[in-house]
Design a protein around this ligand. Structure first.
Ligand code: 13P
Ligand code: SF4
Length: 389
């Protein structure tokens, strides 16, 4: 039995009827027109047109899709994965154009890892990430200067989650640190502790704490840095004692899950397995018992016994897909109200078609381009992570 949750279509793009009189010639040609014209492309012709644009581009294009993308988009991905898998794909992709169906920080990372002749395109520039936006480079520079007034910063290693801007990755690389993803956070933190005494973990408080706790770091040695308070809201003594300094940032999707959700599914579905993403709050991960990165969750459900029951605390498109793919298991969201990443959801088949049509016509749209200096140190931080494979 599956418990699929339907997702209301984005108010912006889906299902708009196209009056025949508005059919502009540019839309017929499919190139050179602004995105708004593509809102008039009827839903029932999208698949065919996307396939045709891809055929025109041939090996020149590779489409990457994060697991949280909607079905209508991810079905066109040449490679799908979590942030870690997709960064390897971006580094190894052969196509001239890398079209990234994900969010802005992922496309930036692809631009940092790409080869010289490649171009990275994000089909909708509004596909950002609220967590990445919570660590502004000015705030992080100020934090580092404040830390230097209390501690020897040469002994602090920054570790930044992939879900951060290129500027934060660059800061991390320049200060001897590395990027991590939810799949390899423990390995990267171990790497950092071999090089320094403390870690500044950016920008997800929860991933940092959950990973540190699993590495046997006591909770009182992991403190939160609030960028809006002096010394991040800490005393100099607390900073000296801390082993991990957690930036006060979070994912608006995963932070919605609560321990009450865990208690409710256990009550309503005795024997159910509860697995949650490490971006969830500490209390939720403790109540759930099983923690899995995006790939970890997929593996747990995919390899589970037929008949087993799963409540999953992560983005709803992935949960629904797992439920559809495994009808012999009960797979449901941990929260009955829909936990959708609204920024990932911004990428629609219309955006994908618009980007591909333009590329096929030699017109690069929505290019993601990281400046050279930022790119240099961000690449250092990403390469340190990739070398831990
Ligand atoms: P992962 O792909 O590393 O699991 O990250 C989840 C996420 O929030 C992506 O934005
Ligand atoms: Fe950002 Fe959370 Fe969406 Fe991932 S799921 S892109 S962390 S808001």
């Amino acid at each position: 039995m599956n418990h699929l949750i339907s997702i209301a279509d984005s108010p912006t793009l889906i299902g708009i009827e196209q009056p025949a009189t508005l059919r502009a010639p540019e839309i017929e040609k499919g190139v050179g027109c602004d995105f708004d014209s593509y809102l008039l492309v009827p839903d029932n012709s999208l698949d065919e047109r996307i396939a045709a644009a891809r055929a025109r581009l041939g090996k020149d294009v590779v489409i990457l899709g994060h697991h949280y993308q909607r079905d209508e988009v991810i079905k066109f991905a040449d490679f799908r994965g979590d942030s870690l898998k997709l960064s390897y794909q971006a580094a190894e992709a052969q196509g001239r154009y890398i079209v990234f169906c994900g969010v802005h920080f992922m496309a930036e990372s692809a631009d940092i890892l790409r080869r010289d002749h490649q171009i990275v395109v994000l089909p909708d520039l509004n596909a950002g990430c609220s967590m990445a936006d919570m660590a502004d480079i000015g705030q992080v520079d100020a934090c580092w200067a404040e830390l230097a007034s209390v501690l020897d910063t040469s002994k602090i290693i920054p570790v930044t989650y992939m879900n951060s801007t290129a500027a934060i990755k660059s800061f991390t690389g320049e200060h001897g640190g590395a990027v991590c993803t939810s799949s390899n956070a423990a390995a990267v933190m171990r790497w950092a502790f071999e090089r320094g005494e403390k870690i500044l973990f950016l920008p997800d408080e929860h991933l940092g704490r959950n990973t540190g706790y699993r590495m046997n770091i006591p909770l009182d040695e992991m403190i939160v840095w609030d960028p809006y308070q002096e010394l991040g809201g800490n005393t100099p003594e607390a900073l000296r004692k801390a082993r991990v300094i957690l930036w006060k940032g979070y994912c608006s999707v995963h932070q919605r899950f609560t321990p009450e959700h865990v208690a409710r599914v256990r009550r309503d579905f005795p024997g159910i397995n509860v697995i949650v993403h490490p971006e969830c709050r500490f209390e939720v991960t403790q109540a759930a018992g099983q923690i899995g990165s995006t790939e970890g969750i997929i593996k747990a459900v995919t390899t589970a016994a037929p008949g087993s029951k799963w409540a999953v605390g992560t983005e709803i498109h992935l949960v629904n897909r797992l439920a559809k793919q495994h009808p012999d298991r009960t797979v449901m969201s941990l929260d009955k109200s829909v936990c959708v990443c609204t920024t990932m959801f911004r990428i629609t088949p219309h955006h994908l078609l618009w980007a591909l049509d333009n590329l096929a016509a030699g017109n690069v749209v929505n290019r993601i381009s990281v400046d050279e200096r930022t790119r240099h140190y961000a690449r250092v931080a990403l390469d340190r992570m990739l070398s831990l494979r």
